[in-house]
Design a protein around this ligand. Sequence first.
Ligand code: 5GP
Ligand code: ZN
Length: 111
Amino acid sequence: MDCLFCAIAAGSIPADKVYEDELCCVFRDIDPKAPVHLLAIPREHIAGASAVDEKSAPLAGHLMAAVAKAAKNEGLTSYRVVSNCGPDAGQTVNHLHYHILGGRELSWPPG
Ligand code: 5GP
Ligand code: ZN
């Protein structure tokens, strides 16, 4: 399958990885929207947060634990975790990813 984030997880496309384990990895977004902008992805291909089901829920939970670890390692105390689901919400890569955004004040609600 031709998937950018599968390739990044496998290491065939380089990325600035800040956390890795057997199930997932966290790396810096190439086009950061905040001083700290990380992406947390599972190694397994899941089409997005809207595709998480009972079978993949433990992996999605593991990913959330990796999000918390990576944010802590970056020294973030306030940050936002978001997953865009579908084109109208801004999803451009169809591989589950949580954005971790921090290092500045974040407005709420988002636009
Ligand atoms: P989405 O738009 O699907 O919510 O998030 C995809 C994110 O992937 C975007 O924030 C975009 O900047 C990032 N991105 C796209 N291509 C690459 C890449 O080749 N490397 C890295 N590190 N990030 C990427
Ligand atoms: Zn993929």
